[in-house]
Ligand binder design. Structure first.
Ligand SMILES: *Cc1c(COP(=O)(O)O)cnc(C)c1O
Length: 414
């Protein structure tokens, strides 16, 4: 008689008592009412009062003077690089473990991405690999605060400053996270955030750049707003600075309103995620060969886009993480594999080898080795204590039945 539910054993979580996972994106009647009022007001876009209010509050929370709200977290990266003057022939250093947009943003401004390896514990950009990749062509560095960790900003900024290279923080996963007492995104020259629907703050689509540099703030604003300065009315455009190719990357007031409501609860939400992440870490720490992605060294609170497990002990040799996920799903809660895998393996990463460079060598061995051993749950799973307890139970059960897991895997069609 098998133990694992995937082989016919009893489930940890009864089918009629599913675990609580916060519905995402969050919705409530009060916000719906406000959206209706906004709709009737007709102030939908073009630097509307609602957009300005959201920009001010988001900047204040994260500790910068300015914020520029825009269409998504891809345009924010592109505009950050463009505002910094990055262009053809330049190089931009990015980590191997990230979403496409981080690497492609370099390409959007005509520069080449340089991909460097990750730290095996935090899964964020390895500062030493980053330093080794610097050349006279390096014009920007984009660390990513990935999943449930914060890149080592102290080390990265010290190296970047020594070489006089600006840092753009990709905070798409890290709304509300703090590093050493101040918001993420406020440490680099620019912080870039996404509000795409899976993120910790979500408005369907959306993004924001934060900075305390007035010149960068103005340039990013011109870039997203077809060359209009803040406060300039439609039809009164002046000539944008020479060479600054401006876009329409605006978002709308509807998104700003939804995000402003979410921002009110953000601090508490991040604290809750953190509390449950620590509980889950504690409840799984005696599982042999299993590690948890380490939070940022000086992150407090650490934000979470997802909570990641790393199955790289030799116990798991020959066991695909997809098999582990399938077994956990059968017990009552899945732990899907992330999709950010070494960025250069992604099907959308269709650059010719001459158009990007590895920081050192031909690939990023740490990311190559670790990424296929990771599984993670999305942040909305981290909202309920009982869900943590049951998830830990599921993991204990699955990882103490590795012979059955192997047996199941061997029986799967190739
Ligand atoms: C989501 C994401 C982006 C891009 O954001 P979009 O709003 O989807 O364009 C950039 N970087 C990282 C790390 C992301 O996860």
């Amino acid at each position: 008689m098998a133990n694992l539910a995937i082989l016919g054993g009893a489930r940890v979580v009864p089918e009629n008592q599913p675990l609580y996972v916060r519905p995402w994106p969050p919705r409530d009647e009060a916000t719906a009412e406000k959206l209706k009022e906004l709709y009737m007001s007709g102030q939908w876009s073009f630097n509307s009062p609602m957009e300005q209010e959201f920009e001010n509050e988001f900047a204040k929370y994260h500790g910068t003077k300015y914020a520029i709200f825009m269409a998504n977290g891809t345009t924010t990266l592109e505009c950050s690089l463009a505002a910094l003057g990055v262009g053809p022939g330049d190089e931009v250093i990015v980590p191997a473990l990230t979403w496409m947009a981080t690497a492609l943003s370099a390409f959007y401004v005509g520069a080449n991405p340089v991909i460097v390896d990750i730290d095996p514990k935090t899964l964020c950009m390895d500062p030493a690999a980053m330093e080794a990749a610097i050349t006279p062509k390096t014009k920007a560095i984009i660390p990513v605060h990935v999943y449930g960790s914060t890149a080592d900003l102290e080390k990265i900024l010290a190296i970047a400053d020594k070489h006089g290279i600006p840092v753009v923080e990709d905070c798409a996963h890290m709304q509300g996270g703090f590093w050493n007492g101040r918001g993420v995104g406020s440490w680099g020259k620019v912080g870039s955030f996404s509000f795409q629907q899976s993120k910790t703050m979500a408005s369907g689509e959306g993004g924001i750049c934060i900075t305390s540099d007035p010149e960068l703030a103005e340039k990013i604003y011109l870039l997203k707003h077809i060359g209009y300065s803040r406060g300039v009315k439609q039809g009164q455009a002046r000539r944008a600075p020479e060479g600054l190719i401006c876009h329409n990357y605006r978002a709308t007031a509807f998104q700003a309103l939804i995000l402003l409501e979410q921002l009110k609860g953000l601090h508490d939400l991040i604290e809750t995620y953190g509390k449950h992440a620590r509980l889950l870490t504690d409840l799984t720490k005696d599982i042999p060969g299993l590690r948890i992605q380490e939070p940022g060294r000086l992150a407090n609170p650490q934000g979470y886009y997802s909570f990641h497990f790393i199955f790289d002990g030799e116990q798991y040799d020959g066991i695909d993480v997809k098999t582990i996920n399938a077994a956990c799903t059968a017990e009552g809660l899945g732990i899907p594999n992330g999709t950010h895998g070494p960025v250069y393996h992604h099907p959308l990463f269709n650059l010719k080898p001459g158009q990007f460079r590895f920081g050192t060598g031909n690939n990023c061995p740490v990311c190559e080795k670790i990424f296929p051993r990771t599984l993670g749950v999305a942040h909305q799973v981290l909202t309920d204590e009982n869900t943590m307890i049951k998830l830990a139970e599921i993991l204990h059960k699955v990882t103490s039945n590795l012979d059955e897991l192997r047996q199941y895997q061997a029986a799967q069609p190739k």
